[in-house]
Design a protein around this ligand. Structure first.
Ligand code: G3P
Ligand code: CA
Length: 335
C-alpha cells in the first residue's frame, strides 16, 4: 500500500508533542470510522485557514495549524525564473494587490480569454513586492495588503517545523508546458532533495490532469491524488454523478481521488456510493471544499454536512475553515 499520509501526519505530530498512542477509557466506545484505514477523517486546510485570512499565505497556514489541521494545501504555479510560488491561479489580479503597482501596468496581457497579470511573466523577486488579498466576497478584508506570497519550499519548511503533512496541487501543468515551463522536473527535484519522494512521506501530490500524474508516478513513489469534478460541467446534460476521470482508470497511477463533493452526496443529501466504490479499489477519498459560509443545496448547515461526509468515510476533507472541521470531527469521536 503506497498511501500513508495519515499515518505520517499523526506520527509526526505525536513525535513533535511527545505523545504516544493509548487506548481510550474503558467506558468510552471508540467511534467507528469508515475511512480506508479506519483512522479518523483528516482535516486539510484548503489554501490555509482562508475563511479568516488571505489564502495561500504563511499566516493562513499557521492559523490552520494552530486550529488543529492535519494537512495544509498549497496550490502551485511557477514564476518566470522557475520557482514554485503558492497561488490558486496563474493570474494575479484577484489574490494580490498587483493592480496597485504602476511599475507593472504594462505587463498586463491577454492569455486565452482573460486579460490579466500572469505569474510566469514575473520573477520571484518581483512577486515578493506584492501582498495578498482576500479573494471570496463576504469575508474579512482586514488583513489585505499585509502578507507576502510564499514559495512552495517555505510552506514545506513551515509544515515540517510543525509536524503536519502537505497536499500540494500542481495547477494547469499543460498550460505551463505550453508556455515553456514544465513543472515536473522542479517538483521532483524538491521532493527528492527533502526526502518527500517516498511512499510513506507526509505528502500527497494533487492534480486535475491525469497525464501529469501518470508522468509523476513514473518518477516518484509519493502518494498521488487524482482530482475530479462532474463531467456535466464540460458536457451539459450528462449524469451529474459521472466524474471527469473514471475510478477504474485512475488506479493505474493514483493512490487516491479528490472529488468535488457533489459526486459523493447528491442534491437531496443522499450517499451516491462514490466513497464505497473508491475504497473498494483501494483509493483514499479527499473531497472538496467545505465552507462555513457557503451552504450546500439541500439546506444542510456546515455541521450537518461535515457529519454526513465523515459518516460516509471520507479519508480527509478540504475546508476553508479548519477549526470547524476539527471541532465537528473531535465531537463525533467523543460521542
Ligand atoms: O485541490 C482540491 C481543491 O482545492 C480543488 O479545487 O480550485 O480550490 O484548487 P481548487
Ligand atoms: Ca487546490
Amino acid at each position: 500500500m503506497r498511501y500513508s499520509i495519515q499515518a505520517a501526519a499523526i506520527g509526526a505530530a505525536m513525535a513533535l508533542t511527545g505523545l504516544t498512542a493509548c487506548a481510550p477509557p474503558a467506558e468510552q466506545a471508540p467511534h467507528l470510522w469508515q475511512t480506508l484505514t479506519g483512522a479518523p477523517t483528516q482535516v486539510i486546510a484548503h489554501r490555509g485557514a482562508n475563511g479568516e485570512l488571505p489564502e495561500h499565505t504563511l499566516e493562513a497556514y499557521t492559523l490552520a495549524i494552530e486550529q488543529g489541521a492535519d494537512i495544509i494545501e498549497p496550490d502551485l504555479v511557477l514564476t518566470s525564473d522557475g520557482v514554485f510560488v503558492v497561488r490558486h491561479d496563474r493570474y494575479l489580479s484577484d489574490s494580490t494587490d498587483i493592480a496597485d503597482h504602476p511599475e507593472f501596468a504594462d505587463r498586463r496581457r491577454i492569455v486565452g480569454d482573460r486579460e490579466d497579470w500572469w505569474t510566469d511573466d514575473f520573477t520571484l523577486a518581483e512577486i515578493r513586492t506584492l501582498r495578498a488579498r482576500q479573494v471570496r466576497e463576504g469575508r474579512s478584508t482586514e488583513f489585505d495588503g499585509l502578507y507576502l506570497i510564499p514559495t512552495f519550499e517555505e510552506v514545506l519548511d513551515l509544515a515540517a517545523a510543525h509536524g503536519v503533512a502537505t497536499e500540494p496541487e500542481v495547477k494547469s501543468p499543460s498550460q505551463l508546458i505550453a508556455a515553456g515551463l514544465d513543472p515536473l522536473p522542479e517538483l521532483v527535484r524538491i521532493l527528492r532533495q527533502r526526502g518527500l519522494d517516498t511512499a510513506d512521506a507526509p505528502i500527497a501530490i494533487q492534480c486535475f490532469e491525469p497525464d501529469f500524474l501518470a508522468r509523476l508516478n513514473g518518477e516518484i513513489d509519493s502518494p498521488l491524488l487524482m482530482l475530479v469534478f462532474q463531467m456535466q460541467e464540460l458536457e451539459p446534460g450528462l449524469d451529474p454523478l459521472i466524474p471527469t476521470v473514471a475510478l477504474e482508470d485512475m488506479v493505474a497511477f493514483a493512490d487516491g481521488v479528490g472529488p468535488y463533493k457533489a459526486l459523493l452526496v447528491d442534491e437531496d443529501g443522499q450517499d451516491t456510493g462514490f466513497i464505497a466504490r473508491a475504497h473498494a479499489l483501494g483509493l483514499f477519498v479527499h473531497p472538496w471544499t467545505f465552507r462555513d459560509d457557503d451552504p450546500v443545496g439541500d439546506g444542510a448547515d456546515i455541521e450537518t454536512e461535515l457529519r454526513r461526509i465523515y459518516d460516509l468515510g471520507a479519508d480527509a476533507v478540504f475546508t476553508d475553515f479548519p477549526a470547524t472541521a476539527v471541532r465537528v470531527r473531535d465531537a463525533m469521536a467523543a460521542e
